[in-house]
Structures are given as structure tokens and as C-alpha cells.
Design a protein around this ligand. Structure first.
Ligand code: DQA
Length: 145
């Protein structure tokens, strides 16, 4: 089972960036945690981060027919990018949306996601653990068929 993990803008700065909101774990550390957990689930991980909307759209388009599912933390693009939504609609890869912070407990602009209705489900608010919870949920759904 191959699972892509897509990370959007500014997530490369995790660990230094607003630690009171996003925690002190770096993206490299999260990647290592996710890879370990995936191995335990018998899954392989393809890891991706970009600060660019077009880069994220290209990455989503590249999922089609190649991966079994995806974990998506589109960061700020979650709230604004119709191009991301259109790409998700085009590829129709099963995915779980995730966020470190609880986007529903934040500013009004962050309480809306342009991709949430396309996702299998959302995990939001558990810091780095959100990635592991999302992985567990996605693998469970994919295995259930
Ligand atoms: C985020 C939440 C977004 O609102 C924000 O723009 C991010 C990170 C999160 O993981 O909590 O960059 O997706």
C-alpha cells in the first residue's frame, strides 16, 4: 500500500514557527514518525512539501493511478485554493485532511476548508499526532475496502 503525504506552505518551518500553535516537532521529525508508523501498518510513504500552490496542484495530479491514498495538510491553501480543490476532484484519490491545530477553534478564515467535503474525514488539533491518527484512519479505511 502506497500513501502520499502532502504538506503545504510554511510547514517546512515547523519547530520554529509559532510553536505555541503548532508545537516544537519539526517536519523532518514528523516524517520519521509517519514512516515508522507506516512500516508497522505495512504501508509505504511518499513524502512531499511545497511552499507553492502550483507545486501542490502538480503533486496532487501526480497521485492519480499511482498511490492508494493520501494524507493532506494543505496549510493555508486549505482555506483558499480552488485550484487544489479542482485537482482533488480530478484525481479522486481517497484522502484524509489533517491539521496540527484545531482549525475550527481559530480565526473565522481558517474555519473553512475548500477540500473537507471531498475527504474521507478530518483530523485537526492534535499537533504532530494528527499525522499518526490520520494515517491510522486512512489505512483502516483502505483495508476495509
Ligand atoms: C495548518 C492550519 C492552517 O490554517 C495554517 O495556515 C497552517 C497549518 C495546521 O496544520 O494547523 O499553515 O494547516
Amino acid at each position: 500500500m502506497l500513501i502520499a503525504v502532502l504538506n503545504g506552505p510554511n510547514l517546512n518551518l515547523l519547530g520554529q514557527r509559532e510553536p505555541e500553535v503548532y508545537g516544537r516537532t519539526t517536519l523532518d521529525e514528523i516524517e520519521a514518525m509517519v514512516r515508522d508508523a507506516a512500516t508497522a501498518h505495512g504501508a509505504d510513504i511518499e513524502w512531499f512539501q511545497t511552499n507553492h500552490e502550483g507545486g501542490l496542484v502538480d503533486a496532487v495530479q501526480g497521485l492519480r493511478g499511482r498511490v492508494d491514498g493520501a494524507l493532506v495538510n494543505a496549510a493555508a491553501l486549505t482555506h483558499s485554493s480552488l485550484a487544489l480543490r479542482d485537482a482533488m476532484l480530478a484525481v479522486r484519490v481517497p484522502f484524509v485532511e489533517l491539521h496540527l491545530s484545531n482549525i475550527f477553534a481559530r480565526e473565522a478564515e481558517r474555519r473553512h476548508s475548500v477540500i473537507a467535503d471531498l475527504a474521507l474525514g478530518l483530523v485537526t488539533g492534535f499537533g504532530a499526532q494528527s499525522y499518526l491518527l490520520a494515517l491510522q484512519a486512512l489505512v483502516g479505511r483502505l483495508r476495509a475496502g
